[in-house]
Design a binder for this molecule. Structure first.
Ligand SMILES: *[C@@H]1O[C@H](CO)[C@@H](O)[C@H](O)[C@H]1NC(C)=O
Ligand SMILES: *[C@@H]1O[C@H](CO)[C@@H](O)[C@H](O)[C@H]1NC(C)=O
Length: 596
């Protein structure tokens, strides 16, 4: 349901003109008591979102320093250092190239008879001794990471190190399935059932994760947890955004991300640190999802969903409840007028329904824009995840650096609020990704440790900004008739990038600086790709496929909204007040597979 109409001023005595859902919001209160309540209600669900996204990072964390366990050395009262000196060869040249490498080998030990050697009084290894791979498991240095993760318990190290990433991929495979399943539920049975079902599944599977003892059971549990990723939060997020008046939407969206998400994501490392037990951690991080169980009593169903599914009376009941809580008196004729326009909206919507995502590829220019938007999103997710997982390699004190990197969501939100509507999506997207690329390369060149981490964190700020722009950009550029489906398509393809994201860090096996170099190059590609897209700021949003195809044809490459000649600005300036942000319209509606 996507109808873009400027909101109407409430004037006493005038006959109400209500042509779209947004027009009724001023009558029932657009940023009042009920909306504040909803804004606070977002808090636990933002925690759910951040915890789902990042918890697996902490339950599969492996200390950098690990070495072969040699049972023969036990019982001789040797310290770890003495054991390493006696039984572990120095790291090979390949091993040393890896970021965060240790001086000793992590996967090899000397192949000698230790009892005899110890009896002879030898305490220092002879480098000419033969070498073999670890035979009796590993020992780990838990100074920096004070708990045994599942990856430590099951020893996903050396040639089995990829299992941690494989489990992360399983999680995102789950999220593709979940996107389809819960998207279907949201469209056919309502947003609240989808919200509750999604969080229940996530909760049960997160608790089940705690009882896993093998790679395959862990993968299965994480895949089921993955199904709830995104929708467990998105469904409510969209409901809240819908009920907030258009002019407050960007603010509410940015603030919930800037405050709640930054808070949740930067708190998580410390929760992991203090709990120091991966099983308890996976149960504790599931707790915010419990709030969803009381969801049906505290979360209002989406009135837009009621309207699209033909239950106009229920939508009006819901709006009356808003009016009551917000202390507004609404005349009966307002609702009558609303009901009438709802009916015509439904008819109009049905005429839209004949379109599918495939229509996006029927016009050459629109097809090009769509493909560029998909690549935009893929690269952005890839760079974002790459920077998140790469933190593992950069710094032994991963808790602090992860926490600081997550806090960059806050300045990102502030910068967006200040500049996005002045500089435009295109140049700001370019600038933020360019910044990200530059700082990725500076991070390569700076000495390892704190300086590299600091540079990587600034790079992360850039990709955070680009991520938030991307969310809005696609929705503004795709024509109304296929907007919801197009945005879903882009998001679902984006999960593929999530699935591949964790593997970027394996480039470090070739060369320590390669992950950051790759992230830097991807950022530059992304930045210049952005310049190839049309600007959407202050433009009339395309309605039909033809308009979508012609969108931005007349824009000059160098046009920057904030320094544009006044003529150009005037020509394309649309009434900004009350502009619906299309990013928040219908993005929960997923692709209907049956119509592809
Ligand atoms: C083990 O070694 C430490 C110092 O190397 C020594 O203080 C301690 O008494 C030894 N314990 C035994 C049981 O030999
Ligand atoms: C474990 O790590 C700490 C801190 O990095 C270090 O001081 C200590 O020497 C390490 N222990 C071993 C046995 O390598």
């Amino acid at each position: 349901m996507t109808v873009m109409v400027e909101s109407v001023k409430v004037e006493e005595g005038e006959r109400p003109k209500i042509m779209a859902f947004d027009d009724i919001l001023p009558y029932v209160g657009e940023a009042s008591r009920y909306q504040w309540f909803l804004f606070f209600l977002l808090l636990p669900f933002t925690f759910v979102y951040a915890f789902l996204y990042f918890t697996q990072f902490f339950i599969t964390l492996v200390p950098n320093e690990h070495w072969c366990n040699v049972p023969d050395l036990n019982g001789w009262n040797l310290t770890d250092h003495e054991k390493i000196t006696l039984s572990i060869p120095p790291a090979s040249r390949e091993e040393l190239k890896v970021e965060g490498a240790t001086a000793f080998s992590r996967c090899n030990m000397y192949d000698v008879n230790y009892r005899e050697i110890l009896k002879n009084g030898t305490r220092i290894a002879d480098h000419s001794w033969p070498i073999k791979t670890c035979q009796h498991g590993w020992s780990f240095n838990h100074t920096m990471i004070p708990y045994k993760s599942i990856a430590v318990e099951l020893e996903w190290v050396c040639d089995r190190a990829f299992l941690g990433s494989a489990a992360q991929s399983a999680f995102f495979v789950g999220s593709i399935l979940g996107g389809l399943i819960f998207g279907y539920i949201a469209d056919h049975y309502g947003r609240i059932p989808a919200l509750v079902a999604c969080n229940s599944v996530g909760f049960v599977a997160s608790v089940a994760t705690a009882f896993c003892n093998s790679f395959w059971s862990f993968c299965l549990a994480r895949m089921v947890v993955g199904t709830s990723f995104d929708n467990c939060f998105n469904v409510l997020f969209i409901i809240v955004i819908e009920y907030v008046g258009p002019k407050y939407r960007t603010l509410v969206a940015n603030m919930s991300f800037g405050l709640y998400f930054a808070g949740a994501a930067s708190l998580l490392p410390w929760i992991a640190y203090w709990i120091a037990n991966w099983r308890i951690l996976s149960i504790v991080t599931a707790c915010p999802m419990v709030v969803a169980f009381v969801g049906p009593w505290i979360v209002p169903e989406s009135a837009r969903w009621y309207i699209t599914s033909g239950k106009i009376d229920k939508a009006i009941d819901m709006l009356k409840k808003f009016a009551k809580v917000n202390g507004k008196d609404v005349k009966k004729e307002v609702f009558d007028e609303f009901e009438k326009s709802c009916k015509s909206m439904i008819e109009k919507d049905q005429s839209h329904n004949q379109y599918t995502v495939l229509d996006l590829f029927k016009f050459p220019r629109l097809a090009r824009i769509t493909i560029m938007l998909i690549i935009y999103w893929l690269l952005m997710v890839w760079v974002f995840d790459g920077h998140v997982w790469n933190m593992k390699l950069l710094d032994p004190d991963v808790f602090t650096s992860f926490s600081l990197a997550s806090l960059t969501e806050l300045p990102a939100a502030v910068l967006l609020a200040l500049f996005l509507d002045r500089w435009g999506r295109r140049w700001m997207g370019f600038a933020s990704m360019f910044l990200c690329g530059i700082f990725s390369f500076i991070a390569v060149a700076t000495p390892p440790g704190a300086p590299t981490v600091a540079m990587a964190i600034i790079a992360r700020l850039g990709v955070n900004i680009a991520a938030n722009i991307g969310f809005q950009y696609a929705a503004e550029m795709l024509p109304t008739v296929v907007r919801a489906q197009g945005v879903s398509l882009i998001h679902i393809i984006g999960y593929l990038a999530h699935i591949m994201g964790p593997y970027i860090i394996y480039l470090a096996d070739i060369d320590a600086s390669l992950p950051l170099v790759a992230l830097g190059l991807l950022s530059f590609v992304h930045a210049f790709l952005t310049l190839g897209l049309p600007e959407t700021l202050n433009q009339d949003l395309p309605e039909t496929l033809q308009e979508g195809n012609d969108f931005g044809k007349d824009q000059s490459f160098w046009w920057i909204p904030c320094v544009a000649s006044s003529q150009m600005t005037k020509k394309s300036l649309r009434k900004k007040k009350g502009l619906s942000n299309p990013a928040f319209v219908g993005s929960v509606q997923k692709i209907d597979c049956t119509r592809l």
